[in-house]
Structures are given as structure tokens and as C-alpha cells.
Design a binder for this molecule. Structure first.
Ligand SMILES: Cc1cc2nc3c(=O)[nH]c(=O)nc-3n(C[C@H](O)[C@H](O)[C@H](O)COP(=O)(O)OP(=O)(O)OC[C@H]3O[C@@H](n4cnc5c(N)ncnc54)[C@H](O)[C@@H]3O)c2cc1C
Length: 291
């Protein structure tokens, strides 16, 4: 499977990894849990640089939010009390939805993002949480919004860099907030046909103060449904508003048909999942949905 690989490097420090990355250039590839790499037909890389021994497997919380090392596995996210307590635990739930136990023991959050699959389950949640990525290169580090990281299916802005950390800024405070992660797959361990992460907050009169709606597997990359978010602002949740939000979502997605599902089915299910997520958020926030 990896018979085309001439050398597998396992550096012990970030600096060493970055120097190696510079040295091997385009002939090299980063590897973490290898759960995506193992499925690839691309046999062009000659060198692998393993990032699992760089000390990048951590979850830290401070007053400004939460930082996750890129090599943190899905299983570690699932079990982290910090992640389980963040935004109704939607990131933990997304991590727990990434395939089988065996897969989640190996798969990392950095790999999930860098693979840039439109269906990546943690990407859609991190997009809704307005996450930022710290990208490290041999000469500089930069911090960018996750929203600017993917530039197409399996294409990112990485340029001789690796993802070092994922930063989740502190979430808006106050009560009456709710979050939801929804995934539709053919089986429990299959990748998403559609996934969504939704968050909202209402004021004391039930009017929506802010809403975040992210979707995956319904466009070239995970996306924010900005029109649907805007539609909810300042309004009280009602069955009619939920229907209109679903319609707005259908207008914002651009799914493809493939062996798993048709574009039409994905579009319809985007609305269904978002409506379902809004209901779950309302339940968490203690908001009544008017008939
Ligand atoms: C059976 C199976 C089921 C799956 N089910 C799901 C699912 O339900 N949901 C889902 O979202 N995914 C699923 N996946 C996909 C995969 O498990 C995830 O995308 C996983 O998180 C990838 O992480 P990894 O550490 O294995 O990445 P790797 O395979 O090691 O790497 C993937 C890509 O990311 C790059 N990379 C890795 N780490 C970094 C880094 N720190 N900085 C820069 N680049 C990096 C690599 O160079 C490569 O291009 C499944 C995979 C399999 C095999």
C-alpha cells in the first residue's frame, strides 16, 4: 500500500517536522492517523512526515476560548470533558460520528480539516463555532479563520505548512442558547450524506439575537448558510419561520449526485436537518416554537 514511500519520518518536535517539510518539499506529505491517506490513489508522495509525536494532542481551555492540538484524535475529543461541555457538546458528538471506534482511535481533527472533504464532520461544527486555525511553516506562523481554509474539494490554503492548533473563540455569553449537530449517513459509521451544526440565542422575549448554521456534503466545501441565519435574526421562532429557514438553506446549498445520494435528496435533507437542528436548539434554550 505504501510501497512507493522511500522514508517515513517521525519527528519529535514541531521545529524538526517543519524543517523536514521544507526539505522534502512537494515530494513529501504529512501523515497523522492515516485514515484518509490510506484510501488515496495518489502515489506521488515519496516521504511521509508523521505529526503524531509533536505534542499536538491536547485540549486547553482558557478565558479566551478553547485550543485543540491538530493531532488530537476523535476519540480524545469525544471523551474530553472540555469538549463535551462546549456548545452542548456538538464537537464531541461530531467526533463520535466519524466512523467506527477503530477509525476514531486513529483519526485526528487536523487530518479531518486538512483532508478538506466537503463531508468532514468536525469541519461543519468548527465552522459554526467560528474556529480559527494556527498554521505553522518553517519561516512563519499565521492564524486564519477556518472559513478561509478550504478552497475546493480536497484543496486548502496550506503552503508548505501544517495545522498546529484549532482555536475556538469564547462563545457569546448569556442564557437561552442552544446548539445542535445533525448527521445523515447511510449507516451509523458511513460518511455524511448531509451534516449540519446550528447554534442560536434568543432574548428574554424569544427573539433570535444570533444564529449560526453550517452545512457539509452539500457544496464543494462546508459552508455557512448566511441567508438562513439572517432570516432568523430578530424573529420569534415559529413553524412558519422554520419552514422559511429550511427553504433559504435549500437555496444556498449546491450538492452533487454521487453513489451515495442524489443532489435533490441532499438538498431536501439539508432543509429537514436544519429544521430538526433548530428545534433541538430551541429545546436546549428553552424557547417555545409558535404554531
Ligand atoms: C472507514 C472510514 C470511515 C470514515 N468515516 C468518517 C466520518 O464518518 N466522518 C468524517 O468526517 N470522516 C470520516 N472518515 C475520514 C477520516 O477518518 C477523517 O477525515 C480523519 O479525521 C482524518 O484524520 P487522519 O489523522 O487519519 O488524517 P490522515 O489520513 O493522516 O491525513 C489526511 C490529510 O490531512 C493531512 N494532514 C493530517 N494532519 C495534518 C496537519 N496537522 N496539518 C496539515 N495537514 C495534515 C494529510 O497530509 C492528508 O492530506 C472515515 C475514514 C474511514 C477510513
Amino acid at each position: 500500500m505504501f510501497d512507493h514511500i522511500e522514508c517515513f519520518y517521525r519527528p519529535g518536535t514541531l521545529r524538526e517536522a517543519l524543517l523536514l517539510l521544507r526539505k522534502v518539499g512537494k515530494r513529501g506529505a504529512i501523515v497523522a492517523g492515516a485514515t484518509d491517506i490510506v484510501t488515496r490513489a495518489d502515489r506521488s508522495p515519496r516521504f511521509f512526515i508523521d505529526v503524531t509525536c509533536l505534542g499536538l494532542d491536547f485540549v486547553r481551555k482558557n478565558g479566551r476560548g478553547c485550543t485543540i492540538g491538530a493531532a488530537t484524535t476523535m476519540m480524545a475529543l469525544e471523551k474530553s470533558p472540555v469538549i463535551c461541555g462546549l456548545a452542548s457538546g456538538i464537537l464531541a458528538r461530531a467526533a463520535a460520528a466519524c466512523g467506527s471506534i477503530q477509525n476514531r482511535n486513529m483519526a485526528t481533527v487536523g487530518g479531518n480539516l486538512a483532508n478538506a472533504s466537503p463531508a468532514a464532520d468536525t469541519a461543519v461544527v468548527l465552522l459554526a463555532l467560528d474556529a480559527q486555525l494556527v498554521l505553522a511553516g518553517s519561516r512563519r506562523k499565521r492564524k486564519i479563520p477556518l472559513a478561509e481554509f478550504c478552497i475546493g474539494p480536497h484543496r486548502t490554503v496550506l503552503n508548505g505548512e501544517l495545522i498546529e492548533e484549532i482555536v475556538i473563540p469564547a462563545l457569546p455569553g448569556g442564557g437561552r442558547r442552544g446548539w445542535s449537530f445533525q448527521k445523515l449517513g447511510r449507516t451509523e459509521t458511513d460518511i455524511s450524506l448531509v451534516n449540519t451544526a446550528v447554534g442560536l440565542q434568543a432574548d428574554s422575549r424569544g427573539r433570535i439575537k444570533w444564529a449560526r448554521i453550517a452545512l457539509g456534503a452539500v457544496g464543494p466545501m462546508p459552508l455557512r448558510a448566511r441567508a438562513a441565519e439572517k432570516l432568523l435574526l430578530g424573529n420569534v421562532l415559529s413553524v412558519e419561520l422554520l419552514a422559511r429557514a429550511g427553504d433559504a438553506v435549500m437555496g444556498e446549498v449546491s450538492p452533487i449526485s454521487d453513489g451515495r445520494a442524489s443532489a435533490n435528496y441532499r438538498r431536501e435533507m439539508s432543509a429537514v436537518l436544519v429544521r430538526h437542528a433548530l428545534r433541538e436548539c430551541a429545546g436546549h434554550a428553552g424557547i417555545r416554537i409558535l404554531d
